[in-house]
Design a protein around this ligand. Structure first.
Ligand SMILES: Nc1ncnc2c1ncn2[C@@H]1O[C@H](COP(=O)(O)OP(=O)(O)OP(=O)(O)O)[C@@H](O)[C@H]1O
Ligand SMILES: [Mg+2]
Length: 373
């Protein structure tokens, strides 16, 4: 039976004593406890299950968890050694016997069991903090191409983490709702969501995805291009996290007259000794050309297959770019240059999907038609 707030760290002896003596001033202690959020039942939850990052939003509280979608497991026994940021720090650094896995890759759930474990872990982290647990409803943003089997894995992991009901929404739809586009109107809106593993370009009207172009090119592909470039041109071996740091610090898609340089440390391919080289933004721009062009081509294709009535809306309204890939410097300018359309980047592109899933929670009735059963 519940017999009062636990945790001596939060309670002085005096507070306990006077509480048990029933003194009225302790009401404030209880109310403090309530307002600290620990007695509040878990509200409904929204999740962006991304290939690079998983975000969790709790209704009334905002985004409470934002962690890399990485799991470290012990080879053989498959025992979990770390999940999220802790596991991402192990990428490329794991001792023999431990493997850092990204269970979602290229926009699909590559390892269903590990994805399930990761999602359950993140949801439990959020729900277990509270004492009076009422089962939450959970809306999960998922890659639009996921299979029935993968959907079942998402549903079962959310249910086993304590969800009362699980709803799913396609990521581009959630992203559009997250940026505040009027998805339920007949007006056409185009969203480009560039994540870690995929780029999804969707035209949305009347609460549905009218056309969807998806390619398995996203931020990860740019990192891979940088790894290859440094190996071929500088005989330097670097890991994925270093490549990502180069992309974020000096990567660009368009020459807007502001070049940068960066010192990069890695291992010499020939001598095997650690070394440092200086790389310039211009050469990084060149080495990521191929995946960037693939994104440009996909946007062109998406525009070509857009019904003409909706095309005219897009000419008027422009295109909204979301996802972490939208932060590549100059990509908006390049796309605008290539399509002659205005491109808007959301102020917080990394959180659009979870914010959208959160808005759906706020009005499940209004958005019921965007949910995938
Ligand atoms: N400032 C930045 N500049 C360039 N790229 C960035 C920046 N910040 C994050 N990224 C990249 O964005 C990608 C992650 O974006 P995001 O979190 O939207 O992906 P995701 O939702 O997990 O993936 P997906 O949508 O494919 O499932 C990573 O490749 C990361 O390197
Ligand atoms: Mg995403």
């Amino acid at each position: 039976m519940f017999s009062g707030p636990p945790g001596p760290a939060r309670w002085s002896v005096r507070e306990w004593e006077s509480l048990h003596a029933g003194k009225s001033r302790n009401l404030s202690v209880w109310s403090d406890w309530f307002s600290s959020g620990r007695l509040v039942p878990v509200n409904d939850i929204a999740v962006d299950l991304g290939t690079a990052n998983t975000l969790v939003y709790v209704k009334g509280e905002g985004i409470v968890l934002n962690e890399p979608s990485v799991v470290a497991v012990e080879k053989g026994s498959r025992r979990i050694m770390g999940i999220g940021l802790e596991a991402k720090r192990m990428l490329g650094r794991t001792p023999e016997g431990i493997e850092a896995i990204r269970p979602l890759k290229d926009g699909v759930i590559a390892d269903v069991d590990v994805t399930e474990m990761m999602l359950r872990h993140f949801l439990k982290q959020v729900t277990q903090k509270r004492i009076f647990r009422i089962k939450p409803r959970v809306v999960v943003g998922v890659p639009s191409g996921i299979t029935e089997l993968e959907r079942r894995a998402v549903r079962s992991s959310a249910m086993s983490a304590g969800a009362k009901a699980v709803y799913m929404v396609d990521e581009p739809m959630a992203a559009a709702i997250g940026v505040g586009l009027p998805v339920e109107t007949p007006t056409g809106n185009m969203v480009i969501d560039i994540g870690g593993g995929t780029t999804e370009i969707a035209v949305i009207a009347l609460s549905g995805i009218v056309s969807n172009t998806s390619i398995r090119v996203g931020g990860d592909e740019l990192d891979a291009a940088i790894v290859t470039f440094l190996r071929k041109n500088y005989n330097l071996l670097i890991g994925e996290p270093t490549a990502e740091a180069i992309k974020i610090q000096i990567g660009s898609a368009f020459d807007f007259g502001e070049e940068r340089e960066m010192e990069v440390k890695g291992r010499d391919l020939v001598s095997g000794i650690p070394k440092t080289v200086t790389v310039h933004s211009q050469e990084i721009r060149e080495c990521i050309q191929e995946p960037i062009q693939a994104i440009v081509e996909a946007v062109r294709r998406a525009l070509e297959i857009t019904p003409p009535e909706l095309s005219s809306d897009i000419v008027d309204r422009g295109i909204v770019m979301t996802g972490g890939g939208a932060l590549i410097r100059g990509l908006d300018r390049l796309l605008s240059h290539e399509t002659n359309l205005p491109i808007h980047v959301d102020e917080e592109p990394l959180t659009c999907v979870v914010r959208g899933a959160g808005r759906i929670l706020d009005d499940l009735h209004k958005y019921r038609t965007v949910l995938v059963q």
